[in-house]
Ligand binder design. Structure first.
Ligand code: ASP
Ligand code: MG
Length: 417
């Protein structure tokens, strides 16, 4: 008998009718001979509504603290009870569990706690008694019994952690999209659902802005080798399986194109080309908790260098001010910046074994007269910074250049070498 963990997000349990439909899906999975653990989010909009109440009472846009977790964890408690009732009404034995009831132990960092340990024994017992176990996502308890929550989107992580603890055969994340796509279909209508993607690729896609899954859930699944599948709650289909790179399988050269509109670029030109300058420039930036993404230094004229980096667009003004101060300390340098840039990235484990990807990418962009402002690479990713007005054209151009609309880009290892 296989053990399946299914997670249903907020829209999937957004109304009583949808909760009833989820109950039917769970029963169908059980009838195939599986044991089923279900993790649910709060009904859609509920977590935001609760945070809104806390904002009013605490008088701040970013409410915090122990009581916030007591408050927001109630959203999931509503859905586990309703879903269990819907299952019981259909003569399916079901039991609801809060994070605490299932001993999901976390650290004590309220609002962004991390799971430390799950006592899988209790879960096993409930399953072996013939129950569907319906678990509140997003929540746990610390060692003193305080309720904690895992950060927005945390139910994905609950599901993966439970799947790891119970050694489930698969963790299925039901959501409002039917899988992971080669790129955002709103930008490129020819985007194609991937049947399979590796954990590594998914992490790159997710961190670059493809927000299908909580990043921490993907990291967790990779670490504990939990096969993860993203599927639609509303349509039948195989979804996308996120798994390990498997030598016996054919790797596509490129799996997808991710992009990030939230970046801004800053430059400081003609700074002295001496040891310590990079630290002088970036030190005060990180001291203000501004995260720096890409960094490029070019040799300038006469013992000077130009230094360019990107930050989150929200931090742009703050970073500019810091740079002004830096030029005073360094006794020189000219500051420039551009808040209207985007980062575009090709992601694929297949590029590890293939050299021509970067030049093919740059040529495709050049043919469309898209100027590349910065480049960075990792083993499975090539990113470029371009002007924001070229985002849509850039994505479509690369999607076409790498034939991502066709599954035929899949090549065997021999062919690409
Ligand atoms: N309800 C929580 C949120 O909206 C957790 C989740 O849905 O995963 O962030
Ligand atoms: Mg979610």
């Amino acid at each position: 008998m296989a053990l399946i963990v299914q997670k249903y997000g907020g829209t999937s349990v957004g109304t009583v009718e949808r909760i009833e439909a989820v109950a039917e899906k769970i029963i169908a999975t059980q009838k195939l001979g599986n044991q089923v653990v279900v993790v649910v989010s709060a009904m859609s909009g509920e977590t935001n509504r609760l945070i809104g109440l806390a904002e009013e009472v605490q008088g701040t846009k970013t409410p915090t603290g122990r009581e916030l977790d007591v408050l927001v964890s109630t959203g999931e408690q509503v859905t586990i009870a309703l879903l269990s009732m819907a299952l019981q009404k259909r003569d399916c034995d079901a039991v609801s569990c809060t994070g605490g009831q299932l001993n999901i132990r976390t650290d004590n960092k309220f609002n962004k706690a991390r799971i430390q340990d799950i006592d899988g024994e209790h879960l096993k017992k409930l399953l072996n008694d013939g129950n569907v176990v319906v678990v509140a996502g997003f929540q746990g308890v610390d060692s003193e019994g305080n309720i904690t929550t895992l950060g927005r989107g945390g139910s994905d992580t609950t599901a993966v952690a439970l799947a790891a603890a119970a050694k489930a055969d698969e963790c299925q994340i039901y959501t409002d999209v039917d899988g992971v796509y080669t790129t955002d279909p709103r930008v490129e209508p020819n985007a194609r659902r991937l049947s399979r993607i590796t954990f590594e690729e998914m992490l790159e896609m997710a961190s670059l802005g493809s927000k299908v899954l909580q990043i921490r859930a993907v990291e967790f699944a990779g670490k504990y080798d939990v096969p993860l599948r993203v599927l639609s709650s509303f349509e039948e289909g195989p979804g996308t399986l996120i798994t390990y790179e498997d030598d016996s399988m054919e790797d596509p050269l490129i799996s997808g194109i991710a992009f990030n509109r939230d970046e801004a670029q800053l430059t400081i030109k003609d700074v002295p080309d001496q040891p310590g300058v990079a630290a002088h420039i970036l030190g005060p930036i990180s001291a203000e908790n501004i995260e720096v993404d890409m960094i490029v230094q070019n040799i300038g004229r006469k013992d000077t260098a130009d230094f360019t980096f990107t930050v989150h667009r929200n931090d742009y003004d703050k970073a500019l001010k810091i740079l002004e101060n830096t030029t005073i300390i360094l006794g020189g340098g000219r500051i420039g910046g551009n808040p209207n840039i985007v980062k575009l990235s090709l992601v694929g484990v297949g590029m590890r074994s293939h050299a021509g990807i970067a030049s093919r990418m740059f040529k495709a962009l050049a043919d469309e007269k898209i100027n590349i402002l910065m480049i960075s690479t990792s083993e499975i990713k090539i990113s470029v910074v371009i002007e924001e007005k070229y985002l849509e054209l850039g994505v479509r151009t690369l999607h076409e250049a790498f034939e991502l609309d066709q599954a035929t880009e899949v090549k065997t290892k021999q062919q690409v070498q």
